[in-house]
Design a protein around this ligand. Sequence first.
Ligand code: SF4
Length: 858
Amino acid sequence: MADAIRTTCAYCGVGCGIAATVTGERDVQIAGDVHHPANRGRLCSKGTHLGETVGLEGRLLHPQVDGRPASWDAALAAVAGRMRAAIDRHGPDSVAFYVSGQLLTEDYYAVNKLAKGFVGTGNIDTNSRLCMASAVAAHNRAFGEDVVPCSYEDLDAADLILLVGSNTAWCHPVVWQRIEATRARRGTRLVVIDPRRTETAEQADLHIPLAPDGDIALFNALLAAMKARGHVDDTYLADHVDLDPGFWDKLSRDSGIEPSLFARLADLVEAHPRMITLFSQGANQSRCGTDKGNAIINLHLATGRINRVGAGPFSITGQPNAMGGREVGGLANTLAVHLGFEPDARAEVAAFWNTETLCPGPGLKAVDMFRAVHEGRIKVLWIMATNPAVSLPDSAFVREALARCETVIVSEVIARTDTARFADILLPAHGWGEKDGTVTNSERCVSRQRALFPAPGETRADWRTVADVAAKMGWGAAFDWAGPADVFREYAAMTGLAARRGKALDLTAYDTIDGQDYDRLEPFQWGGARPLASGYRTASGKARMVSVQPPRSLADADFPMRLNTARYRDQWHTMTRTGLSPTLSQHRPEPLLEIHPADASAHAILDGGLARVESASGASVYRVSIAHTQRPGELCVPMHWTDMMSGEGRTNRLPNQSVDPISGQPGFKDSAVRVEAVTPKWRAFLVTCEAPQPMDLVYWTRSRLRAGWLYELAGAGTIDLDPLLPEGERLEVADTAKGMRRIAVRSAEGTLLAAIYLTRSGTLPPREWVAGKLLESELATRELLAGRPSEPLPDRGAIVCVCHGVGERDIARAADQGAATVAAIGSATCAGTNCGSCRPAIARILESVQSLAKETVS
Ligand code: SF4
């Protein structure tokens, strides 16, 4: 067997190291890298099952221009020609780039250099705008530079951890495992501040179910309480902090939560100076996200809980290289390497890049950029490694903008995405298993992503595509790189401009790195463990406490409910990768609308039924899950499903275009909506070895099976089976007693190609049973048509542990039989013994079984 290749996970900002052993042409065994500082061998379910996503299914392998295959040379000439024509006719700002935290730092550096340095437009923004732009803005306001002041090792040393707007157990699972370990080792207390009672919240010592956007009021009140109790560090304030004028007078004292709950929180904060506040999308994705970040930072600055072991405000990023993009200047409001657009910074950057066409100032942030596309001000839009037709708010508007744009260029790994459908030019890019470069994680640790497989088809590294386009436009000398090491070396050298201006970003130790050392590069953290301990990066050298006020409430009589959007444990962004994994698809095969029982009852909405959520921007339909974990009046839906994976389940139709006025980050977490039950005429499910795209249904979703796909369907009219079923012999049973039609399709050889079960009101059989028969022989077809399994089926319930296929009923049975801890459940069922991502869910089931048993006894 080949030696393991040390690389980095493709998904979240934890940035776990992976040891990947290639076992076949496109096969790889995945293990955690025990030497990587971010994870020390741990992985979550998504990282563990990366191997299921590296096949070539659905890959974009060749360039296309105007819907036809093209050579690379022709495609590059088309990109360069259309950009040149737009620049000549309409100026540089008629060209824009919308890029991604999925890009490697080398790709990011190249495209930022092309846009800002040579095309001469600031119009380059990134999907990191949707993720943590508010944290960036808060850092810049408070510290004078976008610097995360903590490290993961601080989590190991904290006595109190506040999680704000973070379902860490699902969204940053290896950080969660680290928190669990710290709690077990030193009794660290955990508070979760989140409107929803998530699996993370259920494990906390204290859950604060605050109202949406209630964070500023809460942190202001906490700061006021610490001042009243004598815990403001006046010496630290005098030496290291500037306060906005009238700061203390303007500080709001109403926490917005129940007084006794607030008192418990304040007691915990008072008692534990070694305190980390870890915040994520729940804080950032808000129309007041920057102020939330500063409210959190204010508490740490005022109490001196920063730049010390185990203390500090810690924003964790969503994407694998969101931080790398921030470093190079991928956000429209920075120039490059943490520098702004001041005349002297511009002069230094222009000299470094040897360009005379450097952009004059900041460009348009994501939402404004797509408005400019819609209005026709942007003529050429180059989208790289992201799916804005799904991920931006008000996605119907975004689609209109894409359809109107004169030239849409899409650099992609996957051939058919919701965004690729609008592309005039499609450029095939390296996927995770082929990428070669660096990424930076949430704690500023730079790691190598290394190629596992030869590049398939004509796919190319994005930095190379950018360099080739630049060469076609006459700027080849500035992009004359032979490999990613050359790009990295140039970027590292450029950080010298930042370092000389007193910034913490400094990679100049790597500015002469050669190809071999780059190949062997070990993870390293720029700025060290606590980069602001040597001073803040403002003009005064002091941090700034920004006076922030709670926002006004969103009252809307037409749309009286509040909608939150969330991420699932085993899915990633728009599912273009994780949606291909049969293992990961088991956890949540459909997008669920979580609704409080009182709201469900008020709207006659049934558990397991369907419901439509509607905002002023659009409407989507979901499967209903009635959940006590929701606050009354509030709904929650996942953000992942696309038009490729569902009929009406695309969530980002719902949020409007309102953004944080400072960071430009959209407020995904709090939209005004209404909800109603949907009653289809019929329901069905289909298992099939093909992947049809159903049309004109009330609802459909699909999820990956080992041998095909599982579809959930519901309709209002008659069903047209022809577009849904594959070619083959069709056998049908109409079971009038059960009110069900059962149709199987088999091949000439007798293998089962598809089976569909339809009913108006009956109970459909277990999907797992039918799915297990796909591509099996004759006997399977007969059994399915009979509608009954020949042997009793295991009653698993919803799958909790995807690694071992253990369901919630398996876990409940083990608990009934005496397994009293998560470890004991693991011994009895194997659940939770591999990646550990399901351990919070096991704890939840265990707790409910145990409390039921107590109630029964009493
Ligand atoms: Fe990947 Fe999971 Fe680690 Fe995130 S926590 S980097 S998804 S293995």
